[in-house]
Design a protein around this ligand. Structure first.
Ligand code: NCD
Length: 301
C-alpha cells in the first residue's frame, strides 16, 4: 500500500484488525505515555458535526506529540465554492503529513486516494463507513470476551442510515461473529439477519444501540420518543432479560429515553463511556500505523 490510509473495514484483513487492536491494547497499558519520536503535522477536517471522533482523534494526536491543525469549514474557502479535492490538496501542499476527514458524501475518499500522497484516516463518510468507531467497538468487545468467534451481537435501530452499522456488519462477518439487525423493519436494509429485538434479547452477548439518523431521513418520523423506546429501545424490562455477562454499547451521541431509558445509560452492563475511552487508544494505534512506527520493544501476544 502506498499510504497507510484507513478508509473502510472491508479493506482491512483480519491480521490488520488484530494488529491495530493489539497496539490499542498496548496504548491502554504499558505504552500509555509513549510518543512519536518526531513531531508530525496532522489536520482534522470535519465537514459534519462531531464530538467524540474529532476530539478523541485530537486527544490521541496531542498524546503522541503531533502538531494539530483544526479545519473550520465555516471560515474556509469551501464557502467560496472550493471543492473537497482542492481543499485536501491544499492541506497536503502546506505541509500536513496526515489528514482525518469526516464528510457527508458516501465514499468521498474514492476521488482522493490515488492523488494524495499522505494518509487519510476516515472519520466517517455519510452513511457509508466509520472504521475507527468499529475498531473501538471491537476493542471494547474483545476486552470483555477475549475473542470474537461465535459471539452474538444485536445491532438495533437505524441500520439503513448508519455508517457504524455498516462498518460493524462488515467486520463482524470477517471475525466470525453472529449478527442480528433489529429495530424498525423498514430501516433494516432488507437484511436477511433481521429479527425483532424481543426474539433475540435473551441470547445475545452484545447489544449495540444506534441513534436515529434524522439528518439522513427524508421524512420526519411519525412515532413519539416514548413509542420508539417501548417498541425498539432498551427499556428496563429488556435489560432484565439480558444474559448476566452481556453488555450494552452505543456509539453516542445517545438520545436519552429514545434508544435507551435514561436510567440505563450508566448501568453496570453499559460500556458506553468505556467505548469513548477506548476510542483514544484505537486512534493512537491507527496514527501509529499511518506513520509506520514500531514500539521501542517488540512485544508479541
Ligand atoms: C456516530 C457517527 O458520527 O457516525 N457517532 C460517533 O462517531 N461516535 C454515530 C451517530 O452520530 O449516530
Amino acid at each position: 500500500m502506498k499510504n497507510k490510509h484507513l478508509l473502510t473495514m472491508d479493506a482491512l484483513t483480519v491480521a490488520e484488525i488484530d494488529a491495530i487492536l493489539f497496539d490499542a491494547h498496548l496504548f491502554s497499558t504499558i505504552y500509555k505515555d509513549w510518543q512519536f519520536p518526531d513531531n508530525h503535522r496532522v489536520a482534522n477536517l470535519f465537514f459534519e458535526p462531531s464530538t467524540r471522533t474529532q476530539y478523541s482523534f485530537e486527544s490521541a494526536q496531542h498524546q503522541l506529540n503531533c502538531k494539530v491543525t483544526t479545519f473550520n469549514e465555516q471560515t474556509s474557502s469551501v464557502q467560496k465554492g472550493e471543492t473537497l479535492y482542492d481543499t485536501v490538496k491544499t492541506f497536503e501542499a502546506i505541509g500536513m503529513e496526515a489528514l482525518v476527514i469526516r464528510h457527508p458524501e458516501n465514499e468521498y475518499f474514492k476521488h482522493l486516494v490515488d492523488k494524495i500522497n499522505i494518509p487519510i484516516l476516515n472519520g466517517g463518510d455519510g452513511s457509508g463507513n466509520h472504521p475507527t468507531q468499529c475498531l473501538l467497538d471491537l476493542m471494547t468487545i474483545k476486552e470483555e470476551f477475549g475473542d470474537f468467534t461465535g459471539l452474538k451481537v444485536a445491532i438495533v435501530g437505524d441500520i439503513q442510515h448508519s455508517r457504524v452499522a455498516s462498518s460493524n456488519l462488515q467486520a463482524m462477518e470477517k471475525l466470525g461473529m453472529i449478527s442480528y439487525v433489529c429495530g424498525p423493519k423498514e430501516w433494516s436494509k432488507n437484511l436477511t439477519n433481521y429479527h425483532p429485538l424481543d426474539e433475540v434479547i435473551e441470547e445475545i452477548d452484545v447489544l449495540m444501540l444506534l441513534r436515529i439518523q434524522h439528518e439522513r431521513h427524508e421524512a420526519t418520523m411519525q412515532m413519539t420518543k416514548a413509542e420508539y423506546l417501548s417498541a425498539y429501545g432498551l427499556t428496563k424490562e429488556r435489560m432484565n432479560k439480558m444474559k448476566p455477562e452481556a453488555i450494552v454499547m452505543h456509539p453516542a451521541p445517545f438520545n436519552r429515553d429514545v434508544e435507551i431509558d435514561s436510567d440505563l445509560v450508566e448501568h453496570p452492563k453499559s460500556r458506553i463511556f468505556k467505548q469513548m475511552e477506548n476510542g483514544v487508544y484505537v486512534r493512537k494505534a491507527v496514527l501509529k500505523r499511518a506513520f509506520g512506527y514500531e514500539f521501542p520493544t517488540e512485544i508479541t501476544k
